[in-house]
Design a protein around this ligand. Structure first.
Ligand code: SF4
Length: 271
């Protein structure tokens, strides 16, 4: 069986193996789409269209097509896009490509390959990444990420710094394109909020050294082997972190009610 990992599946598995199974192997998807998610998708769409030829009208029209967008949300998205276009009209970086959806083969996690006894006929373990683009400037190529957030900028960057997402994107783009990737450039667009009447854009560069990128590769192989072991033993235990209320999870209702199907079906559909 081919196993495809992504940033989201790696983070779900490391948070809670049971969450990974419900979401990725059993394919339960939440039926509620939050406003924050719709705003994020529409803003991404608008920026993707604009990046090609700076056509603002085409960008506004494209984000209207995003599932769940209504007039009220459009006002917010419009303001975020406006600020982004104003800030990056004269970008110091050039866009090499926007929106890239790719699946990259990783080494097999099967014992034969781990022991150097040969390669499988097709890659057992792959990694899927959807990135916002690649930019060029400041002496090299950078993976481009766009984020929208309602948080205070300081809190957002603190959390972002600890996130492994960037590493996954940089590793996959370097492996797929063969480019020497210097790291990631992240454009964060902060929504208006408390003590912030207007949206603001901030850009930060995250250079990543090669040994750290290599460690991500090793990490993926280890996670692939762990998942394979759990599939074989059918032992997707619950996270200890969950019981301590450490993070939020879309399956909380189901788990809190003794894994009864009716609680899962009330909030999720099986794809
Ligand atoms: S609610 Fe907790 S135990 Fe249940 S899947 Fe989510 S993280 Fe795991």
């Amino acid at each position: 069986m081919a196993l495809i990992l992504s940033n989201s599946s790696v983070s779900k598995f490391t948070q809670c193996p049971k969450r990974y199974k419900l979401s990725k192997l059993d394919s339960w998807k939440s039926t509620s789409k939050s406003d924050a998610l719709i705003i994020g998708s529409a803003t991404h769409k608008g920026i993707e269209i604009w990046s090609a030829d700076k056509d603002e009208d085409a960008a506004y029209l494209a984000c209207m097509e995003v599932d769940g967008m209504d007039e009220e949300l459009f006002e917010t998205v419009f303001a975020l896009l406006d600020e982004y276009f104003r800030t990056y009209k004269e970008d110091e970086l050039s866009s090499v490509v926007t929106e890239l959806d790719m699946t990259v083969p990783v080494l097999s996690s099967t014992p034969a390959v781990a022991l150097g006894l040969g390669m499988p006929r097709k890659p057992y373990l792959s990694y899927r990444a959807i990135i916002d683009g690649i930019k060029f400037g400041r002496g090299g190529y950078w993976v481009h990420e766009i984020k929208t957030s309602g948080e205070k900028p300081g809190n957002f960057w603190k959390k972002y710094d600890k996130d492994h997402q960037t590493l996954g994107y940089v590793w996959s783009v370097a492996k797929k394109t063969g480019f020497a990737i210097k790291g990631a450039v992240v454009d964060a667009i902060f929504k208006p909020g408390y003590q912030r009447p207007d949206p603001i854009c901030e850009r930060r560069f995250f250079p990543i050294d090669q040994p750290i990128v290599d460690s991500w590769h090793d990490n993926l192989i280890q996670i692939g082997a762990d998942i394979e072991g759990k599939i074989q033993s059918d032992d997707f235990y619950e996270s200890f972190n969950c019981r301590t209320g450490y993070f939020d999870c879309e399956f909380k209702l189901y788990c809190a009610n003794g894994n009864q199907m009716e609680f899962l079906e009330a909030t999720h559909v099986k794809l």
